[in-house]
Write a new protein. Structure first.
Length: 546
């Protein structure tokens, strides 16, 4: 069979409608709510750059990143907004660099910051710069500050995009390719919390018999289903694991989120660090939540349809606190309360930097009695014991996958060992679980058993051919065994699913060179440098292939 014939046909994951009608269909009957909601951070959490709401401070900014010596600048031109990057040649022989990417979409409301995406043939990548609102300046995007070069290859996968945009149009079988446009609804749309609205509109406009409108009012749901709606995006924990055969994209308002994914948190509740999505788990650490139970939830203090003006927020949230507390219960002195202008949240819900959000600052929802110290570094979180949030039922499979995920991010051997034990048992219970096979293969590879790892990678790919990391790792194994044709097929297939997979692309270059096909090696290398012109390894290979 030819290589082309082996490529999977690509199709959209979601159908064109699935009963969704979009925000515009809600506006005729809910005009006041629509107007107020359109100005909230949730409604503004994504969009096309330059369309509708112009992103804050988009043009005219710039800075130099010390580690890479690269200068970044954002410019406004007739063709759109562009990120330009440049570096002068160095005395040590480092060559000059100059390039640009058009900024096509933004994610982030701008309340804490706003990041940007660019598209290459429908594949979405994150730009390395973010505008941080509280600092009123541009700087490196979260995670990019550690690179000593300009990195343009971070893929935007659906698990990220779905918490910023609605009705994403991912192309099945790829890592980061989307139809045009990549999402049909900017920001968090009405139907993300109220469910598909087609039947509701039909009933309310007389186009269907009077009856159940199928619209969801979160307030009327039981506590777990109500909270599940917020937890879609505001609860990740140490690891979030999809149930077998399920995914977050399958969740609909009214469902139990735990039927689709399990969020694991640390058993040690004293951890004071914040992440970009730790709002829910931090609230559950608070005394307020522990004593109030299900009566206290996100909607107790937050109106999802409206955000008070900045000047009014102190008094607004103070009234929320006084619904349960008396002023006389405040431990602060009268002078202290006066100085704080009786701003309860100002004292008890401090704003701290998050460990995974660059310079991003978010509110600490543990509602501490006193201002909390600066969050510890993520490295201090390595030895955590994981438990399913809210005590939901999770088996060896989910626990094993969670420990494997944390082991990769924390680099902790004890987590790897725990994951290995659990996943070995999970594989015996279900030998056809591709997620278990893939993770277990990686753990075998870490232990030096490359033959066993290769067999598991192959089994995982036989079940789910879209596992690009498994594909690249198996290809690497084949190349080491001298099975060059098998390796080439896998690397090429992986690159069809994400053309900027640098390991696959550069291994392809070296394989062509070793086979004596220098023209093919140079062509593959040119593509690598087109996608990521400052790649240190690609630049070194360029010198060797001259």
């Amino acid at each position: 069979m030819s290589l082309t014939a082996q490529v999977l046909s690509l199709a959209l994951i979601s159908s064109p409608s699935n009963g969704y009608v979009g925000n515009r269909a809600c506006m005729p009957c809910h005009s006041a709510i629509s107007r107020s909601y359109s100005a909230t951070p949730m409604a503004l959490s994504s969009g096309r750059v330059g369309a509708g709401v112009v992103p804050l401070q988009l043009a005219g900014g710039g800075f130099t990143h010390e580690a890479s010596r690269a200068a970044y600048r954002i410019v406004d031109e007739p063709g759109g907004y562009f990120l330009e990057f440049a570096r002068a040649p160095s005395a040590s022989g480092e060559s000059a660099l100059r390039g640009r990417r058009r900024l096509d979409y933004f994610i982030g409301s701008g309340a804490a910051g706003r990041s940007y995406l660019f598209s290459i043939d429908g594949f979405l990548f994150q730009a390395p710069v973010t505008f941080y609102s509280r600092l009123n300046r541009w700087d490196m995007s979260p995670g990019f500050e550690r690179y000593d070069h300009v990195n343009l290859t971070r893929p935007i996968e659906t698990n990220c995009l779905e918490c910023h945009a609605s009705r994403t149009q991912a192309v099945e079988g790829t890592q980061n390719r989307y139809a045009e446009p990549p999402f049909l609804q900017d920001g968090i749309a009405c139907e993300r919390c109220h469910g598909p609205g087609e039947q509701h509109v039909r009933v309310m406009t007389g186009r269907a018999p009077t009856g159940r409108t199928e619209i969801i009012n979160p307030v009327k749901l039981d506590a777990r289903r109500r909270d599940s709606i917020c937890e879609q995006c505001h609860l990740t924990g140490e690891a979030r694991i999809a149930r077998l055969g399920r995914s977050l994209s399958m969740f609909r308002p009214g469902d139990l989120l735990s039927d689709f994914v399990v969020s694991f948190v640390s058993r040690e509740s004293g951890d004071r660090s914040l992440t970009a999505t730790s709002h829910v788990e931090k609230l559950w650490q608070s005394r307020c939540k522990k004593e109030s139970g299900d009566r206290l939830w996100c909607g107790t203090c937050h109106d999802p349809h409206e955000v008070p003006e900045v000047a009014a927020q102190g008094e607004y949230f103070r009234k929320k606190c006084l619904a349960c507390h008396q002023i006389s219960a405040c431990a602060g002195s009268a002078a202290l309360r006066a100085a704080a202008k009786d701003n309860c949240a100002g004292c008890h819900m401090s704003k701290n930097r998050v460990t995974d959000g660059g310079h991003g600052v978010l509110t600490d929802h543990t509602i501490a009695r006193a201002p909390r110290p600066v969050a510890p570094q993520p490295a201090a979180r390595a030895a955590v014991q994981l438990i399913p949030f809210r005590g939901v039922v999770a088996g060896e499979r989910e626990h094993g996958l969670a420990y494997a995920e944390v082991a990769v991010s924390a680099g902790d051997r004890s987590h790897s060992n725990r994951a290995f034990e659990l996943l070995e048992r999970a594989m015996k219970n279900d030998p056809g679980d591709s997620a278990v096979l893939y993770r277990l293969a990686f753990l075998y590879e870490q232990r030096g058993d490359t033959e066993r790892a290769a067999r598991l990678y192959a089994r995982a790919l036989g079940i789910d051919p879209s596992l690009v990391v498994a594909m690249v790792n198996l290809a690497n194994h084949y190349a080491q065994q001298g099975k060059l044709q098998q390796a080439l097929r896998l690397w090429q297939d992986a690159l069809r699913r994400n053309p900027a997979l640098e390991e696959a692309r550069l291994n392809l270059v070296m394989a062509y060179a070793q086979a004596g096909d220098i023209a093919a090696a140079r062509s593959a290398l040119a593509k690598a440098l087109e996608l990521n012109p400052d790649s240190p390894l690609a630049r070194r290979l360029q010198t060797e292939l001259r």
